[in-house]
Write a protein that binds this ligand. Structure first.
Ligand SMILES: [Mn+2]
Length: 310
């Protein structure tokens, strides 16, 4: 593949989830050698360090379950700007999470950049969860379950999260790996018309056919493509380092095949790597797997991958 400029952008957000530890995610990826691996593939990599939160403002919400709202809003503000800036500066910004609440900033930031370039943004959401709660519908109060509803411009965010600068069209979102959905989320997915390939669909049809169909849509629209990869997309037996493990996830080869197919498409313009909780990892195994998946997205093939036993 062509040599690309890549920026690593650390987003140590952890208050969107119930289990502390995602704070250490960006450094775990650095320790697992992400920059070095991408350099070996011929890319130019700059590590921009970690984004600093914006100023924390006073905010409350009627839903008493909601927690850490002020903290998440301060991250959203800073990450939207950092994502926009990184997307303007390099071919491939890679956002190192941090829990999935970081997508409240990264997706709108890269969407703003794409819109200025005259391109619609598409999002491939690889996750066990659709994360399409609003602050009103969440029962856990964990705000990492809200980014999709926010960047689609759904109701319930006015005066809560920052005013959305660029929304993503629901028909431009494709979800894969979904297997843990709350009733309010199920209703939102139907109402919005988001394309969802749950694990049963993947069991029956594999990942390649729906992925190629989605990539064809991105290509015909001349779109930019953001990939949001949650550790819990993967089966917990291969990726234990996440606070929200759900059985029945993607296998090692399914995950690599998605990344290899995305690489072949040449369409991906930005990536989130989220929910890695190094505190729950087994000797860095999940961090290394996520780094290997990123390498597959950026050009490493089966024949040059040193797949090792755990
Ligand atoms: Mn998620």
């Amino acid at each position: 593949m062509k040599q690309m400029s890549c920026a690593l952008v650390g987003a140590p957000v952890q208050s969107g989830s119930a289990t502390p530890g995602c704070l250490m995610g960006p450094d775990a990826y650095r320790t697992a050698g992400l920059a070095e691996v991408l350099q070996t593939l011929g890319h130019r990599v700059t590590d921009r360090g970690n984004v600093a939160q914006a100023e924390i403002k006073d905010l409350t919400h009627d839903n008493a379950a909601v927690h850490h709202l002020t903290d998440i809003v301060a991250w959203a503000d800073a990450l939207e700007g950092a994502a926009y800036e990184a997307a303007s500066a390099v071919d491939m910004p890679i956002f190192l999470g941090g829990d999935h609440a970081l997508a409240i900033g990264t997706v709108p930031g890269v969407a703003r950049h794409a819109a200025e370039a005259g391109k619609p943004l598409f999002v491939l959401w690889l996750d066990a969860h659709p994360d399409i709660h609003t602050p009103d519908t969440t029962t856990s109060g964990n705000l990492h379950g809200t980014p999709v509803a926010y960047f689609l411009g759904m109701d319930g965010f006015d005066g809560v999260y920052p005013a959305l600068k660029t929304r993503v069209a629901p028909e431009n979102v494709c979800m894969m790996g979904i297997r843990s959905v709350d009733p309010a989320e199920n209703a939102a997915l139907t109402a919005q018309g988001v394309e969802v390939h749950d694990m049963r669909a993947i069991d029956e049809h594999g990942i390649i056919k729906p992925l190629r169909a989605f990539l064809d849509r991105v290509r015909s629209a001349d779109g930019a493509l953001h990939v949001s990869l949650d550790v819990d997309f993967l089966d917990p037996t291969i990726a234990p380092a996440v606070g929200t493990t759900v059985p029945g996830g993607a296998t090692f080869r399914e995950a690599h095949l998605i990344m290899e197919t995305l690489c072949d498409s040449g369409l991906v313009t930005s990536l989130d790597m989220v929910e890695l909780n190094p505190f729950l990892d087994d000797r860095g195994r999940t961090a290394k797997l996520m780094v290997d998946l990123c390498a597959s997205l950026l050009g490493r093939t089966v024949l040059d991958r040193p797949t090792r036993s755990f």
